[in-house]
Design a protein around this ligand. Structure first.
Ligand SMILES: [Zn+2]
Length: 266
């Protein structure tokens, strides 16, 4: 197999002592058994086997009071990673001082924000979120979980007004912009210039032909590779990705260049 430079743009990490429990609860939420345990050491071990060069790491606060400690944990993990990690911070719509949270996150050197509507229980177009979008616009790319046939929070339709109003906001919709409702999401969202997607937690459920269709709809400059660690084993995800018929240049963009550009990674 040809050697590609790879950025895994969607990795969840947890402190060792809670990693297994946290991963298990995400697995239960999705009724998908987790492949790995959510520890940093495991990510690095399996990432190395899969020849992944760089990891974009993140964790989601379920209460406002977790925000600062999670952001410090992510920043420390980046500092200890020898240049292997780029960190995304967390924010919470019920925080008393969102501006202070954003300032702290930027001060810690985090390069973007990860949000999860279904787990944090906010609708994408909830008025409580507008301050967050306003503060991130033009400064911090936002990776946001999108799509879940069981919930309304992350409904891709709720993304449309946000992309129209905050047209300087860079949004990356995880799971091709709509987990479990891939086609509907792509139809609605693929026309936005400020909207990108990652292909994480999707390739297990759709054929390589369907994946190619979605990639072409968004455009190969608008798709990032991600494993959703610890959900999937990185090596297996790369194998699935390689089954999609794409040119070498298109693969280089999706596996590395697009994420490098968005998050300013060398
Ligand atoms: Zn995620």
């Amino acid at each position: 197999m040809e050697r590609y430079k790879i950025i895994d743009a969607h990795c969840h990490i947890y402190p060792d002592k809670i990693a297994e429990k946290a991963s298990e609860s995400t697995g239960n939420f999705y009724s998908i058994p987790m492949c790995l345990d959510g520890k940093i050491s495991t990510l690095l071990e399996y990432g190395k086997k899969a020849e992944i060069d760089h990891f974009i790491v993140q964790s989601v606060a379920t209460t406002p009071k977790q925000v600062s400690s999670i952001n410090h944990f992510i920043a420390e993990s980046v500092a200890e990673s020898n240049g292997k990690f780029t960190g995304l911070g967390t924010l919470h719509p019920d925080s008393e001082d969102i501006k202070a949270d954003v300032d702290e996150l930027i001060g810690l050197g985090l390069k973007g924000v990860k949000l999860h509507p279904d787990i944090q229980q906010f609708k994408i177009d909830d008025y409580r979120m507008l301050k967050i979008y306003e503060l991130c616009e033009g400064r911090l790319p936002v990776l946001i979980h999108t799509g879940d046939h069981r919930y309304d929070y992350s409904n891709p339709n709720r993304m449309l007004p946000i992309l129209d109003i905050y047209d300087g906001l860079t949004v990356i919709g995880a799971h091709f912009g709509g987990w479990s409702i891939w086609e509907e999401a792509t139809e609605k969202l693929s026309k936005y210039k400020n909207f990108y997607v990652d292909c994480s937690s999707s390739l297990y459920a759709i054929t390589p032909e369907k994946a190619r269709e979605l990639i072409m709809a968004y455009g190969t400059k608008h798709v990032l590779f991600g494993t959703d660690y610890p959900m999937w084993e990185p090596e297996a995800e790369i194998e699935r990705f390689m089954q999609i018929k794409l040119t070498k240049k298109q693969r280089e963009d999706i596996l590395y260049n697009n994420a490098a550009k968005l998050f300013d990674i060398e």
